[in-house]
Write a protein that binds this ligand. Structure first.
Ligand SMILES: Cc1cc2nc3c(=O)[nH]c(=O)nc-3n(C[C@H](O)[C@H](O)[C@H](O)COP(=O)(O)O)c2cc1C
Length: 251
């Protein structure tokens, strides 16, 4: 049996994936130049999609008034979910990975008051990720099978939105920028329709997945939520039958 030996590229890829974090504190004194924005969006375009449909579009928000509008919706939705709907005890439990009580209480407070989402009002780079909810292909691209088969799938469009997002997020992180994604502003359909009107999105064929926000990080983010181990999430052949790996990576 051949032994897998990781090379430098594999180690870099793991390092980028493993150390990407949601960064919500940006240095607002440092703008982001267009070449950086371009490369991050370009990373997004190299995401995989069915038949290479690329059913994503990006709306770069540069107008401070529109940013403010989206940011306010984001903050209000955060208050609605974390400050009103969820009992404080549950929110505290959720953030218990912050070992120091003073820090976890602070995080609970800024979630309950929506302050944690303030970044969405001023993020140096803010991009709405819009996806084709029908994902039937394009009229000017007649080789697309789905168009003839009458195939419709919101799932495909949404999966692709996720793919393009993760490419952008990992690229941003690898370049040393901080980034996060927020969908708070569109978690209620009325809000999504309103934002779609403001952004002139041909809704509901094209839907808004959420907003990718990026900037120079105000400080490095070290602590973040942990992950379940693979073996707690992976079944073998049948749901409930946990996979037991015979070997795990040592790198
Ligand atoms: C689909 C999706 C929606 C998210 N929504 C929000 C959001 O509305 N606001 C926010 O600040 N972070 C949001 N996040 C970021 C997550 O909270 C974050 O990725 C998660 O807690 C894991 O932390 P990490 O990215 O630092 O590993 C979202 C992430 C994803 C993928």
């Amino acid at each position: 049996m051949s032994e897998y030996v990781p090379d430098e590229r594999a180690k870099w890829a793991w390092d980028i994936i493993r150390n990407r974090r949601a960064v919500r504190d940006f240095d607002l004194t440092r703008p982001i130049s267009d070449d950086v924005i371009y490369r991050v969006l370009e990373a997004g375009t190299w995401a995989p999609s069915p038949e290479n449909w690329q059913p994503w579009r990006y709306i770069l928000i540069t107008d401070p008034a529109i940013k403010q509008f989206i940011g306010e919706k984001t903050v209000r939705a955060c208050i609605r979910d974390f400050g009103v709907a969820m009992p404080r005890r549950i929110v505290e439990e959720h953030y218990s990975y912050f070992r120091r009580k003073r820090i976890s209480e602070y995080v609970v407070d800024i979630m309950a008051t929506g302050q944690r989402m303030d970044y969405a009002k001023k993020a140096p780079m803010q991009v709405a990720i819009v996806f084709d909810a029908e994902c039937t292909g394009f009229e000017d691209y007649p080789t697309v099978v789905g168009m003839f088969a009458g195939m419709q799938s919101i799932n495909m469009g949404l999966i692709c939105a996720g793919n393009t997002l993760v490419n952008m997020w990992n690229m941003a992180s690898a370049m040393g920028f901080g980034a996060v994604f927020t969908d708070f502003a569109i978690t209620h359909q009325d809000d999504e329709a309103e934002i779609a009107r403001v952004l002139n999105v041909p809704y509901p064929r094209w839907r808004i997945a959420g907003f990718f926000c990026m900037g120079w990080p105000a400080f490095p983010r070290t602590v973040g939520p942990p992950r379940y181990p693979v073996e707690a999430l992976t079944f073998e052949n049948q749901w409930g039958n946990f996979w037991e790996p015979k070997k795990k990576p040592t790198w």
